[in-house]
Design a protein around this ligand. Structure first.
Ligand SMILES: Nc1ncnc2c1ncn2[C@@H]1O[C@H](COP(=O)(O)OP(=O)(O)O)[C@@H](O)[C@H]1O
Ligand SMILES: [Mg+2]
Length: 284
């Protein structure tokens, strides 16, 4: 497993805060995967991400990108920002110019590209995220979901190796959330490692290939979803919900589950049920 980002025993306390936001955080993000970062409010998700882009610097421990300890000098940080993109929870804090087309181009311009490359990268990012129709609309006329996709397009256009999304689904209606998740999938298909902070266990279970569970500034568990979510005891202890699919699966008689992987999504579960339920009741 090749790692793109790593935190090794990282500690960080905000100025004037009582407790540590990161209290010996050790976790790994595999390259090429879709990772979900889980944890309640205050668990340290946003602080973790701010360390990945060098906005915050560990007071103890180390952060590594591509196996190398971060270099907090001017050049080192410039390189880091090319490799790691962060999409903030609130798009208002990320969008600067008047329209999606201008805003995406602005991000590329500050990365120092020539105008023709800027034009090409802007158009390809807008297209990939289905924003062409909205490209020249004033950003303040866009819905929250559209603003979030614009912010994502801006980060994606610079082609980082990894994109971190801080609770991208927050405050979205289900339709906009679905569209945004589709866009995130597109970005992953384009070869970018994607990391998403969320507290939606169901989305995380079906979406992610790798899960990290944070609690009070530490990482309590990391691994593939079917291994993490079967640890009911720890999930309960942390007050985290078991994904509906895992819960339903575990309610089936043990004999029916033996030797089988837990279904990853509703479709897999339905397929399983359809092939095992006969005559509306009997189970084979
Ligand atoms: N700017 C800040 N100043 C002081 N404390 C902060 C600040 N930001 C976050 N914290 C504290 O750090 C801890 C971790 O917060 P955060 O990383 O935002 O968690 P999450 O994103 O998982 O909700 C919390 O206790 C929070 O109150
Ligand atoms: Mg947060």
């Amino acid at each position: 497993m090749e790692l793109v980002l790593e935190w090794k025993d990282v500690t960080y306390t905000y100025p004037d805060a009582k407790g540590a936001a990161l209290a010996g955080m050790t976790l790994r993000i595999p390259r090429g995967m879709k990772t979900a970062v889980l944890g309640h409010n205050g668990a340290g998700k946003s602080t973790l991400f701010l360390h990945a882009v060098g906005i915050l610097k560990p007071q103890g421990g180390r952060v590594l990108c591509g196996g190398k300890a971060l270099d907090y000098g001017r050049k080192g940080l410039q390189e880091l920002r090319r490799a790691v993109g962060l999409v903030l929870q609130d798009p208002e804090q990320q969008l600067i110019l008047n329209t999606p087309r201008e805003d995406v181009a602005f991000g590329l311009r500050s990365a120092g590209m020539d105008e023709e490359t800027i034009r090409q990268c802007t158009e390809s990012a807008l297209e990939r995220l289905g924003l062409q129709e909205l490209a020249d609309r004033p950003i303040h006329h866009l819905s929250l979901g559209q603003k979030k996709r614009t912010a994502l397009a801006g980060v994606f256009a610079t082609r980082p190796e990894v994109i971190l999304l801080d609770e991208p689904a927050s405050y979205l209606d289900p339709a906009s959330e679905k569209l945004l998740l589709h866009s995130i999938g597109e970005i992953h298909r384009a070869g970018v490692t994607v990391v998403m902070a969320t507290h939606d266990m169901n989305t995380a279970y079906s979406w992610a290939d790798w899960i990290v569970v944070l609690d009070r500034g530490t990482c309590r568990m990391e691994g593939p979803p079917d291994q993490v979510f079967v640890n009911k005891e720890l999930m309960e202890q942390l007050g985290l919900e078991i994904p509906l699919i895992v819960d339903l699966w575990e309610s089936l008689p043990a004999g029916l589950r033996e030797g089988r992987a837990v279904p990853r999504n509703k479709e897999q579960f339905k397929t399983y049920l359809a092939s095992h339920l006969v005559n509306g009741g009997g189970v084979i």
